[in-house]
Design a protein around this ligand. Structure first.
Ligand SMILES: *[C@@H]1O[C@H](CO)[C@@H](O)[C@H](O)[C@H]1NC(C)=O
Length: 407
């Protein structure tokens, strides 16, 4: 598995390079900048459930951003405080229109201020304001406007004279925004190329961040104690990156490629994400992360099965499914209390391994795993799992297995 991962590392970089369509927009920012005047009306809302849970790292991109703003009002320059306060208050009351107006004004104002007025990590604050505005726009279903605000915020971070000054958290902010743009591009049905551009930039920047020391010389932000303990050679993880943040852009891009049928691009990304979420011993990761990794193993297994089944692909796919099951079992045993995601991944893993055994004609093990899966799915109220496992058991009892013909 290790060698697969290593190869994947190389493959990934290769595939990213092949995608030379990644152009960094160059922008000269003119301030003040009013976005809202120039925008077409909001477009149709398209719900993508996967992305709803995506990007835990972007907590600031959610309503939580508003909370932070409120808690730390005093760290903002006086020029924007009252708009900020009003914006946050209006948002809490559900008056999105008024909230948007105030955030918009605060965003325009803050861009006219000298950057040093914003104290340490100024770009976290500057783009935080943009993100807060965009969040309200999203909530008002003005996704197109939100998109433009995010684009603008990202471009501020990508300016040549700014890039070199950014601290780790500021660079991660750029990763989060770029990932968010990928998500919105999809919802807004922008071109695949555009969606890909954002997702690829996020992954590339992420890899640049974890690869080398950041430009950040306030070294208390950075923890290099774990240097070299990850199996990706370039990884020296600064402490401010939780692995949750790290896996997300890789997962997003992997999912994008999987969705467009480019499995050769998708697979190495999944492998990278898995090896970040489940680092090899002696490094440990949380049960949550391990379950997330196990879920990706399940995705990988499923992806491998999309091709015509041959003995090798079947074997490979089953190996990943079994690995997912083993990881989940261990993570559940290690967790001090049940973790929703782990429980669901566990149900899926039981079902997947059962299916492979079923296909191999190993009815006895298949039946027992389906039963475990059924029981477990029932215990967590996972209807889909209950239905699928019952159906499979019924089919087994009818003597009609799921054996496959090898090509
Ligand atoms: C992995 O599979 C799960 C369950 O089918 C799905 O919800 C999730 O979106 C997939 N993740 C990725 C990154 O493809």
């Amino acid at each position: 598995m290790n060698s697969i991962r290593q190869r994947a590392g190389k493959l990934l970089l290769g595939s990213l390079k092949r995608n030379a369509m990644v152009h960094r927009p160059s922008l000269s920012v003119t301030r003040p900048y009013s976005i809202l005047n120039q925008l077409p009306p909001a477009r149709r809302r398209i719900i993508t459930p996967w992305f709803a849970t995506f990007l835990l790292g972007g907590v600031v991109l959610s309503g939580y951003g508003g909370f932070i703003l409120y808690q730390t009002l005093t760290m903002w320059p006086p020029e924007v405080r009252s708009d900020l306060r009003n914006a946050v208050r209006a948002k809490h009351k559900g008056d999105l229109e008024s909230s948007e107006q105030h955030f918009h004004r605060a965003w325009n104002t803050i861009q006219t201020l000298p950057i040093d007025l914003l104290g340490s990590q100024p770009y976290l604050k500057l783009t935080g304001m943009a993100v807060a505005l965009a969040d309200v726009l999203e909530l008002s279903n003005k996704k197109q406007n939100a998109y433009d605000v995010y684009v603008h915020a990202l471009k501020l971070l990508q300016q040549d004279q700014v890039k070199a000054t950014l601290t780790g958290p500021e660079r991660l902010r750029a990763v989060a925004i770029s990932s968010k743009l990928g998500e919105l591009a999809k919802e807004l049905k922008r071109s695949k190329t555009e969606e890909e551009k954002w997702l690829v930039w996020a992954v590339e920047e992420l890899l640049r961040i974890v690869k080398g020391p950041s430009k950040d010389d306030s070294s208390e932000d950075v923890d290099y104690r774990h240097q070299g303990s990850f199996n990706l050679p370039m990884l020296a993880l600064p402490s401010w990156i939780s692995k949750t943040d790290i896996g997300a852009p890789l997962e997003a891009l992997g999912s994008f490629y999987a969705g467009s049928g480019r499995l050769d691009f998708a697979m190495p990304l999944y492998l990278q994400a898995i090896s970040l979420l489940i680092p090899p011993a002696p490094k440990k990761s949380t049960p949550e992360d391990r379950c997330r990794g196990a879920q990706l193993m399940g995705n990988l297994s499923e992806m491998i099965m999309r091709g015509a089944p041959t003995p090798e692909t079947l074997h490979q796919a089953e190996a990943w499914a079994s690995q997912a099951l083993a990881v989940t079992k261990k993570a559940r045993a290690d967790a001090s209390k049940p973790i929703v995601q782990c429980e669901e991944v566990y149900a899926a893993a039981l079902f997947n391994v059962a299916t492979f055994r079923d296909m191999a004609g190993d009815k006895k093990v298949a039946r027992s795993l389906y039963r475990d899966g059924l029981e477990h799915a029932r215990s967590i109220g996972m209807t889909e799992g209950v239905v699928e496992a019952s159906r499979a058991l019924h089919r087994l009892d009818m003597g009609d297995g799921a054996e496959v013909k090898m090509s």
